[in-house]
Design a binder for this molecule. Sequence first.
Ligand code: IMP
Ligand code: MG
Length: 196
Amino acid sequence: MKQQLSPWLDKVLFHETTILSRLDDLARNITLDYQDRRLTVVAVLRGSLFFAADLLRRIQLPLTLETISVASYHGGTSSSGTIRFNEIDLPPVRDRDVLLVDDILDSGRTLHAIRTRILDECGPASIRSCALLSKDCERAVDFEVDYEGFEIGNEFVIGYGLDFKGQYRNLPFIGTLTQAAIEGSTGFTGAIPETA
Ligand code: IMP
Ligand code: MG
């Protein structure tokens, strides 16, 4: 049996240095692709907060930043199937080249719903999307991102912005939870295991 890192942390998938070095590549590609364009990044809250902050600081172009807040997971480890928009106003992106930035592409419903609303209601010049992670699973809707950090298996991950029931977002790495943590018999202490 493999040794667990802590009562709540099962394994680390990507350490911070690995994530940041991948962001260097993504930012380089985005910088090249958006030369002479009018880039507006729309970061999907709250999951993309850390990713967007680190990515945007690597993009060597003038850009504007908007946020949009939606919820699709309601406290568990599988998508709820409905996307709730928390804002009344959509971002002002008329004639802008929009890049949607989200933490993870899973069923595809979140980015699909946001892209559809922005296209239908906001008049952008163009729209593309970027996700740090892409889950290797069947999409509920036909959607793929234009920029992807890492592909992962069909498992629930936490850290670097991604949460389980509101916790674990502040981990500097991306990892998976133990069954005990998912079942709620052990919780996040805030202390990062030294071996992680
Ligand atoms: P989708 O709408 O199913 O593509 O899911 C996208 C949203 O679900 C993401 O923005 C996340 O907030 C959440 N999500 C999907 N998979 C995970 C995961 O493994 N861990 C934490 N949140 C996830
Ligand atoms: Mg999210």
